[in-house]
Ligand binder design. Structure first.
Ligand code: ATP
Ligand code: MG
Length: 274
């Protein structure tokens, strides 16, 4: 199967001269879930912004289904670390918001409010927020707010879902629960997923493939296949495939970080030997 979403050797240098990504290549097949792990500041959010068409790379190109991506598109749903719900809107009104914005507004045929109401109701059930349709964001826990934000990201049925550390701000247990819920929701929604995260277990749990990045400027340091069946469950953590994928990703990450530290400072090796 040929790739559906491609970052083809993209480099991003910001106006302040910071080189965030250097010739980063990522190929995601239709229906695949790919995780990108890397140290803080290595350019993960930059990569997602480029995939979403929010920034244009200084070199290289992002392509979706063979077409260059040069601006934000309704084909992409995004979920960030902070749910960013509008505090004056209920859960259901927040979920419906994308249909009131930009290009998406015109995608809803006039009089199709019934379809939208049904879609929102289905999503509320899918993300496990039944009974909270009329609740305001201040009445939700962090995990519930992130569930609502996930439903909002999916409401336009985007073929691509980009997730930027979506559970980073949550406690460990809620994070595990939501990771498992996300796996089910992703399967049910038939989207192509790209997740960036610091968490290797989360990447292994969710992904078909993990791309490990070097520290900034982000470059691909290696790729790990995750040969675990779906649906996934945390009990799989003990399976040899899970353990091996974790270890491979971890050593790639360590090797990449170590190589940069040594090359950049030249002092680290001496310090450790002493
Ligand atoms: N708008 C911007 N202007 C200038 N520099 C930026 C901008 N956004 C990010 N950077 C810089 O680019 C580098 C990569 O940032 P990015 O946010 O992509 O990293 P990240 O891997 O997502 O980090 P984290 O894991 O902490 O979220 C950082 O050094 C950051 O300071
Ligand atoms: Mg980030």
């Amino acid at each position: 199967m040929s790739a559906y979403l491609i970052a083809d050797a993209i480099s991003v240098t910001y106006a302040n001269g910071v080189e965030a990504l250097r010739r980063f290549t990522l190929e995601v097949k239709r229906g695949e879930f790919v995780a990108v792990v890397g140290p803080s500041g290595c350019g993960k959010s930059t990569l997602l912004r480029a995939l979403a068409g929010l920034i244009v790379p200084s070199a290289g190109q992002v392509r979706l289904d063979g077409h260059p991506v040069t601006q934000p598109s309704h084909q992409v749903g995004m979920l960030f670390q902070e749910p960013a719900l509008l505090p004056w809107r209920t859960v259901e009104k927040n979920i419906g918001l994308p249909f009131e914005l930009g290009n998406n507004a015109s995608r809803l045929p006039p009089g199709d409010a019934t379809w939208l109401r049904r879609r929102i109701a289905d999503l509320i059930q899918l993300v496990g927020l039944s009974g909270f349709e009329r609740a305001y964001p201040r009445e939700l826990s962090g995990g519930m707010a992130q569930r609502a934000a996930l439903a909002r990201a999916l409401v336009t049925e985007p073929p691509i879902l980009l997730l930027d550390e979506p559970f980073g701000a949550l406690d460990a247990l809620t994070r595990e629960t939501l990771t498992a819920a996300l796996e089910g929701i992703w399967r049910a929604s038939h989207t192509t997923g790209v997740l960036v995260t610091h968490s290797i277990p989360e990447a292994v749990f969710l992904a078909d493939r993990i791309v490990v990045s070097t520290p900034r400027p982000g470059q691909v340091s290696g790729v790990v296949e995750v040969p675990l069946p779906r649906p996934r469950a945390w009990e799989m953590e003990r399976l040899p495939e899970f353990v091996e994928a974790m270890q491979t990703a971890r050593s790639l990450l360590r090797a990449a970080c170590c190589a940069t530290t040594t090359a950049e400072t030249g002092r680290d090796v001496t310090a450790r030997a002493a």
